[in-house]
Structure formats: structure tokens, C-alpha cells
Write a protein that binds this ligand. Structure first.
Ligand SMILES: [Zn+2]
Ligand SMILES: [Zn+2]
Length: 347
């Protein structure tokens, strides 16, 4: 369990998100949010041949529409559970957060892709074993499917020789890296121009400031950078045996945390309404209890923002989960797809 050395700071966050939107006033929800924000530009489009045989110009495929009445956004009780009451030590027991509803999300002018900032970029920081490099490849693919956004791995970068400390706990000691140093001195100067968000990923442990014993990750949304450690999701960190089951648990946790954190990058706040991948987590145990899918409200926000085909995205996620032997998540999608049926015909 994460614990803090300082009695003055009795919290240990799964993630810290520094966001201007957290300070934004929450207005009354709009009944008919404008799904066609003038500032948005969809670039993640497939190209199809123009209909005329003589034409040589490729046209973008039509953007999947946003339909607020799509059954995919209905909270069928068979598939979604209201948020269960917080247990002692859980995120909502420590932080009182209200839910960001769909109208608030739309009016917050969420981060989205533009004609220039069109990719998610994952930045490996430090050294990775062969197995960990395979994990990075899987994370890259997962991000591209989950957010229906091109995602690439940047060439690895070394961790800095400053902004680090030796941490001692339970008779062991190890090096931890300072998240703010990594974001401001390593990531920001290298932020790719085409990155809608730039995610530093490391297998080393992190800390955000003195007084904290560690943090899983930290992001600053305005600057579009974040840094996350996967170290604590795997048995090597705990000095435990590296078994297939432990690796699988680490993969599931890594999928969850990257999807959750990248959701923040697209301006999704913590979900307090349903059991959902965007629930805040205050410990590994709480993160393990969270489901591996977005609730219908968070899915609606993301589809409004990124305009993916909900059913095609579900299908691609289901295939990826099945390949990675995450059968409960794959079966949930099968069930969900049967319930929501085909996309409603356009009016
Ligand atoms: Zn979070
Ligand atoms: Zn949600």
C-alpha cells in the first residue's frame, strides 16, 4: 500500500493531473451541446477512392456522426453498475469529487486532435528489458485502438542524472525520479509538434515532491505531457517471482492506467457516477477493482470528441483483448455489442 512519510500529506494518488479545467466553473448542463465545435478537425481518417474513374483525388471517408440517442450511450443496468460506495482509503473517501456530466465536458472545450496535433506519442524513458519492450508495443497498439488515434513509440531516451533520489523502505532502497523534472526538463523540450499528448513511460519508480513516498504518474494537460511508471505493476519491483499470471496482471494494469491517464489528456475528469475506467484510484487494489471499460457517459464524451465508430472500436478492442487473453473484457464487449445492436440509421 502506498504510504506517505509526511504526516502533513496523507494522500497517495494513483495519478496527479494538473489541469486548468479543474478550476473551471461548472455551469448548468446544456440540453443540446453542439457536436460540431468549429475548432475541431478530424485527421484520423481513412481515404477512399473518389467515385469518378477519371478522378485522382482521394476523399476522406465520412466522419462517423455523433448521435446522442445511440443505444451505446444508454446505461443498461445489465452492463453498467452505479459507482459503489467508497471503502476506507479509496479515492472518493479521500477526495470529494463531483461528476463531470456530458454537457460540462462539451463546454470545457476539451483537448482534441487537430490537423497538426494528430498523434499520441509514447516516450520510453530509461532502460527496458525485451519483455518490457514487448509491453510497450502492446501499449502502443492499445492506445491506437482505445482512442482511435494514430499512436507511435518515440525512440527511447535516457533518464536524467539529476532530479532523482534514493528511497528507503522496508529494508530496501532504490532510485526514484522526480516527475516534475522529467516533465519540464526531459519531455517538454522534446514535445513533438504532431503530438496531441506526449506520454513518458518508465519502468523506474517516481516521486512528485519531497514528503511523498512515490507516485504512479503525473500529467500537465495544458502542456500536453505526462509521465507514468509501470514499475509497481510487475513482480520484479516487489522482489516477487516473475510468473505468467503476474505478467498478465501487469499487462492489465498497464492497459488500465494508460487508458485512464490518456483519457485525462482528452479532458475526461474522474467518473463518480458508474463503475468505470475513469474512476479515480488511490491504490493498486482499488485500480484492480475498476472495470476495464468506459461507462456510457465517458464513452459518449470520448466519441463526441474523437468521432470513432463505436461498434468498430468495440470490435477492435474485443479482438485485442481476446488475443491478449483478457477474456472477461472481451466477453463483456461481446455482450455489450449484442445489446446495443447496429448503429441507428441516420435521419
Ligand atoms: Zn485519474
Ligand atoms: Zn465513466
Amino acid at each position: 500500500m502506498p504510504l506517505l512519510r509526511s504526516a502533513a500529506l496523507l494522500v497517495a494518488c494513483l495519478c496527479i493531473v494538473v489541469s486548468a479545467c479543474a478550476c473551471r466553473p461548472h455551469d448548468a448542463p446544456s440540453a443540446t451541446p453542439d457536436p460540431h465545435d468549429a475548432g475541431r478537425a478530424r485527421q484520423n481518417v481513412a481515404f477512399v477512392e473518389a467515385p469518378s474513374a477519371s478522378a485522382s483525388v482521394a476523399l476522406p471517408a465520412p466522419e462517423p456522426p455523433f448521435d446522442p440517442d445511440d443505444p451505446a450511450f444508454k446505461a443498461d443496468p445489465e452492463d453498467f453498475q452505479p459507482k459503489t460506495p467508497a471503502r476506507p482509503g479509496d479515492w472518493l473517501a479521500r477526495f470529494k469529487q463531483r461528476n463531470q456530466d456530458f454537457g460540462e465536458y462539451v463546454r470545457s472545450r476539451p483537448t482534441t486532435r487537430t490537423s497538426v496535433r494528430r498523434q499520441i506519442v509514447i516516450q520510453p524513458l530509461g532502460t527496458f528489458t525485451d519483455a518490457e519492450r514487448e509491453l510497450l508495443d502492446k501499449l502502443r497498439e492499445y492506445m491506437s485502438v482505445f482512442f482511435d488515434t494514430p499512436t507511435r513509440l518515440a525512440p527511447p531516451m535516457a533518464l536524467p542524472d539529476h532530479g532523482l533520489r534514493k528511497h528507503h523502505d522496508d529494508g530496501r532502497s532504490w532510485t526514484q525520479y522526480h516527475t516534475v523534472t522529467l516533465m519540464q526538463e526531459v519531455l517538454r523540450p522534446n514535445l513533438p509538434a504532431d503530438a496531441v499528448c506526449y506520454l513518458g513511460v518508465t519502468m523506474s519508480d517516481l516521486y512528485p515532491e519531497e514528503g511523498w513516498n512515490y507516485v504512479f504518474g503525473q500529467a500537465t494537460l495544458e502542456q500536453r505531457v505526462g509521465v507514468y511508471s509501470l514499475a509497481r505493476y510487475f513482480p520484479a519491483f516487489w522482489g516477487e517471482k516473475d510468473t505468467p499470471e503476474a505478467r498478465q496482471r501487469g499487462l492489465v494494469r498497464s492497459f488500465k492506467v494508460l487508458a485512464h491517464e490518456t483519457g485525462h489528456m482528452f479532458s475526461l475528469e474522474h467518473c463518480t457516477r458508474y463503475e468505470c475506467m475513469m474512476n479515480g484510484s488511490n491504490s493498486l487494489g482499488e485500480m484492480d477493482r475498476a472495470p476495464g471499460f468506459l461507462c456510457p457517459v465517458c464513452l459518449k464524451k470520448l466519441q463526441w470528441n474523437l468521432r470513432f465508430d463505436v461498434r468498430a472500436r468495440y470490435g477492435r478492442l474485443r479482438d485485442l483483448y481476446r488475443r491478449e487473453k483478457i477474456e472477461p473484457w472481451a466477453s463483456w464487449i461481446d455482450k455489450r455489442l449484442r445489446r446495443i445492436g447496429p448503429a441507428p440509421a441516420p435521419l
